[in-house]
Design a protein around this ligand. Sequence first.
Ligand code: GBH
Length: 506
Amino acid sequence: MKILMVLCAVVAACYGECENKDRSFPSDFLFGCATAAVQIEGGWNADGKGESIWDRITHRYPELVSGPVLNPDVSCDSYNNWKRDVEMMREMGLTAYRFSLSWSRILPKGFANEVNPKGIEYYNNLINEMVKYNITPLVTLYHWDLPQPLQDLGGLANPLITKWFEDYARVAFTNFGDRVKHWITFNEPREVCYEGYGFNNKAPLVNSSAIGTYVCAKNLVLSHANAYHLYDKEFKPIQGGECGITLSVQWFYPMTDSAEDAYAAEIMRQAEWGIYAHPIYSKEGGFPKEFAERVAAKSKEQGFGWSRLGEYTEEEKAWARGTSDFFGINHYTAFQISATKYIEASPVPSLTDDEGFGHFRPAEWPVAASAWCVMAPNSLYNAITFLNNKYNPPKFIITENGWSIAIGRDLIDDDRITYHRAAWEDVLDLLAAGVNVKGYMAWSLMDNWEWLGGVTERFGLYAVDFEDPARTRTARKSAFVYKQLIKDRCIDYSYNPTNLTMTIDE
Ligand code: GBH
């Protein structure tokens, strides 16, 4: 034992031992990191790329973004640094990596009649490099960067988006599907529809909460369903992969054990992610019942001749039902929900008024650099257990989970390590309970351009120097801790690296 400890002190690649080896991840579990095109690629107009809604809003309204980096023109410059990105994956020993395709890099005007060969080449290079090192690609088709010409026609508020998206999906499946076996149609419908169409903190800044959110919700789900059916019918039989969707699932605890608080928490779940999950994963399909009744009643009171939520026809219900081979879940945080307390005034009509309940976070829950990102006890376990009981999907993939630190912090990110280790404990608890969780993607591989937060909120296991034209990446302590987890497949609390020199273990 003593010899081992001495050896460990001199050999960087030597790790401690997990106290409880029974608590370990299965050998086929996918350990990865996640990123998104806008947030890392840069090259916003390189080699024929078209304009996306994020290029448009940041160039037009730079004042909306927190400084010092006001737009994603360069981001981490992964358009040029993709080899280094794969090298980082190899350093940590990742077995998977989730990234997104830029629709306007592939189809500069959004439509499939004009394909940009340089865009195809970029993703081919990246995918080939990953495959060379046995890193499984998980590819998101849409992580928030709609081509601007499609937005000019209404974007996700135009029902024709279902066709436009299907055409785009076909181009992606055709070009990359021989090597990509895990497709995610949309990242976080709630953020697309509420934050982008119902509010003004994501492109395209439509800010129509009471109507836009819901119009987008159904169009998005039907677009997803079109891409799923296309894959299922024409590509899956040949390529043999799977296609699903990723929802943002924050957890909502009832504040007390009263029936009113239980109802309030359930309404929040339905409003925040049930309107996307229910049509896809439930047996009956369509919008979740209690929330649909609530919006219908309020709409009537408010003088609308129809429910602002809208509804699915029987045909649409059947088309959307069962269209996901896995449940992709992005999870960061939780709230306590109260039927009577902490209720904030909301405009009438609005999504928040339709929800109508109070939310709260106890002071003892630690807060990240992003004010919304709060660490709540066992929230990942609770969220997935609930979804598993309610929808019983074939499998879960955790497609994002992470913690931000402030700009200027150094490489020692112990708070992030604490957060991730707690999440991994939750995953082990889920596995022990027999829940089929297949993978975990940490957000994020590296610091990146955090939407309107610019580069002020740093989620990276690797730090990125945004002042350096080369956008140099440096492993943080958390990258070493992730590497230990992947190597040993169990959590080792005694592992506390001090030498942060990262190398590739062959
Ligand atoms: C993920 O969304 C995104 O998929 C990813 O692109 C992003 O980088 C990552 O989070 C980290 O932020 O109204 O200002 O309080 C996570 C979902 C993000 C939803 C923050 C709520 C609140 C922003 N959440 N958002 S704010």
